[in-house]
Design a protein around this ligand. Structure first.
Ligand SMILES: *Cc1c(COP(=O)(O)O)cnc(C)c1O
Length: 390
């Protein structure tokens, strides 16, 4: 395999000036990720701070309704309530081992910003979060959270004042401050080595789930289902199963409202190959190559690109990708809350909604794992309509 590539996807499509910090990061990963001192400290953090291993929960009520065995990997039970913390504590620790003192991050809805600020506070790093000025206004509570955690939030006033402008501002800052600063990217996206780094840090989800299902059922699961925004929770749970050919891997993308003129976030199902944010993957673009804005009811799925390794798994036929619309995700949100007493994140509700479509279609002995990437408390404003949709 070409270094930094997953088949035809991945790579480093960046200006020359970004190569030194990327090379330095690659070196840091080679030196520390497998070093006993790093692994020991990371494992201790994952156990006592993040709350790992997270349970693999068998849904008794929903399983009998569906006619197969439904299991949930409970990333919603991690500290701060979603899988994003696995990545940010790992990158924050690597930053310390590399002798740097500052973390920067980009954030749209604010979830990755909060997860980065959390990890930075715990590990004693300075933290700067870039956020489009429009998002700063819309996500006032998450801005307060980040500030409470000791981070500084920078409102980006350029362009559309949203996520993509925040990414550009963070990159510019990184170029100017690479000596003491690490750019903590939030998903399996961006130039090499980020897709690899974030996948390695999230693969703990799949390693645990694989051990847990083997211990509980004595065999591998029939299907593993996860929602896909940038693709990190899905890559994290898929990766340890990739070699197990009998396990079907299903990524679920957000289809938005499903109306003809509405933009959606279903990058793998509706997009085409192209370069975005330093990597070759699939993205939502016009025939002329203009990036289309994405939309989903789930803030964490609102990204016009997707990690290159997913594009590769799809091209190989090793994983399949499905689309779920806002209304179906909402229905799954209500269903899990009522049947199992678990309020899922709207992102995770997309994965769950696909599992619900399998009702009475599988062998009753089938085991299906859904990655419950986060908890839904953060989404109540959206669900109950006080959120102004722009
Ligand atoms: C951010 C987020 C996602 C989407 O990000 P991925 O990188 O695709 O995992 C999914 N679920 C939750 C709860 C999130 O916060």
């Amino acid at each position: 395999m070409n270094k930094g590539y997953f088949g035809d996807f991945g790579g480093q499509f960046v200006p020359e000036i970004l190569m030194p910090p990327l090379k330095e990061l690659e070196k840091g990963m080679e030196k520390f990720l497998d070093a006993p001192s790093f692994k020991q400290e990371l494992n201790a953090i994952l156990k006592d701070y993040v709350g790992r291993p997270t349970p693999l929960y068998f849904c008794p009520n929903l399983s009998s309704e569906l006619g197969f065995n439904l299991w949930l990997k409970r990333e919603d039970l991690t500290h701060s309530g979603a899988h994003k913390i696995n990545n940010t504590v790992g990158q924050a620790l690597l930053t310390k081992f590399m002798g740097k003192t500052k973390l920067i991050a980009e954030t749209g809805a604010g979830q990755h910003g909060v997860a980065t600020a959390t990890a930075a506070a715990m590990l004693g790093l300075e933290c700067l979060v870039f956020m489009g000025a429009t998002d700063v206004e819309r996500q006032a509570l998450n801005v307060k959270r980040m500030e409470l955690l000791g981070a500084k939030v920078v409102a980006v006033e350029s362009g559309t004042k949203t996520l993509k402008d925040a990414i550009n501002a963070a990159l510019r800052y990184w170029i100017a401050h690479q000596k003491d600063t690490h750019y903590c990217i939030g998903s399996v996206v961006g130039p090499h080595p980020f897709p690899l780094l974030v996948r390695e840090l999230q693969a703990v989800i799949g390693r645990e789930a694989r051990d847990q299902i083997l211990a509980k059922t004595g065999r591998l699961p029939n299907k593993v289902i996860a929602c896909v925004g940038g693709g990190s929770n899905a890559m994290g749970i898929f990766y340890p199963f990739v070699k197990d050919k009998e396990v079907e891997l299903i990524g679920v993308e957000a289809g938005g409202s499903g109306k003809e003129n509405d933009y959606h976030s279903a990058t793998l199902t509706k997009g085409s190959p192209g370069v975005l944010h330093g990597t070759r993957s699939k993205l939502l673009q016009t025939p002329a190559g203009q990036i289309l804005p994405s939309h989903s009811i789930a803030p964490g799925l609102d990204y016009p690109g997707v990690g290159p390794e997913h594009a590769h798994l799809q091209a190989q036929g090793r994983a399949i990708y499905k689309v779920v619309y806002d209304a179906e995700a909402l229905e799954a949100f209500y269903t899990l809350s009522k049947t199992e007493g678990i309020i899922p994140a709207l992102e995770s509700s997309h994965a769950l909604a696909f599992a619900l479509t399998l009702k009475h279609k599988l062998d009753p002995k089938s085991n299906v794992i859904v990655n419950l990437s986060g908890r839904g408390d953060k989404d109540l404003d959206i669900v109950f309509g006080t959120w102004s949709k722009e």
